[in-house]
Design a protein around this ligand. Structure first.
Ligand SMILES: *Cc1c(COP(=O)(O)O)cnc(C)c1O
Length: 223
């Protein structure tokens, strides 16, 4: 796998389309991350709290780290001191915990709300109704130590590109609805994180601002 070459290719995708690239380095060793970093990649995504912490501790401080996987509440405190963006906030209880842990260290943490857009039952995330309920609640106004920067979604894992496009389009439309419909101090709808190695082209066409690319940069993963 020529990691540096792939990073360069995605840099040109980023420039052409004005999107950010998150290099998803889960399961990959620090040496692979260093190759990508030396080729100019600065944002990396991990899906496990422990792995995120240990990579953060052993790699250059210039790297910015995104949490992109399901996060258990008891792990929040380990990543809150340094994480740049938690993309996978999928419940009100988790959001509360992030706010609480961030308050303890007087930090403001950026999060995305993960929205369930796929047909599969297994994917985590808020429904659109739950997000509207949250944004209309009094409670959200008390979360002084978080900023909701946008939304994240994962499309159904399928070859049916029409289905994938439909799901991305619906997420984009919900994103715009929230962006224009709410004026809250800790909500700043800037990022729409959608698209992975297999579907990022469709996601970009449908309005993604941030794609999360793992295997197309680092090669396939062996679990
Ligand atoms: C693993 C993962 C990715 C990257 O997947 P690839 O298909 O390897 O690009 C993106 N987003 C999330 C949430 C992931 O868990």
């Amino acid at each position: 796998m020529n990691i540096a070459k792939h990073v360069k290719e995605f840099q040109s995708v980023a420039q052409k389309n004005d999107v950010k690239i998150v290099a998803v380095s889960k399961t990959k060793p620090p040496e692979d991350i260093m190759q990508a970093y030396q080729a100019g990649q600065t944002i990396f995504g991990e899906n496990k709290a422990q792995e995120l912490v240990s990579k953060y501790e052993s790699l250059p401080r210039e790297i910015t780290w995104h949490m992109i996987g399901h996060l258990q509440r008891n792990k929040v405190k380990y990543i809150v001191p340094f994480v740049d963006l938690i993309q996978s906030v999928d419940s009100l209880r988790l959001l509360k915990e992030v706010n609480k842990q961030a308050a303890k260290i007087d930090r403001k943490v950026n999060v995305l709300l993960q929205i369930h857009i796929a047909e599969e039952e297994s994917k985590f995330g808020f429904s659109q109704e739950e997000v509207l309920e949250l944004l209309n609640s009094q409670e959200i106004r008390n979360f002084k130590n978080i900023t909701i920067k946008g939304l994240m979604g994962m499309a159904t894992f399928t070859d049916d590109t029409h289905q994938v496009r439909k799901e991305f389009r619906s997420l984009k439309s919900f994103f715009e609805q929230i962006r224009s419909g709410f004026d809250l101090e800790n909500v700043s709808m800037e990022e729409l994180s959608m698209g992975m190695s297999g579907d990022y082209q469709i996601a970009i066409e449908e309005g993604s601002t941030m794609i999360r690319v793992g295997s197309s940069i680092f090669g396939s993963r062996n679990y």
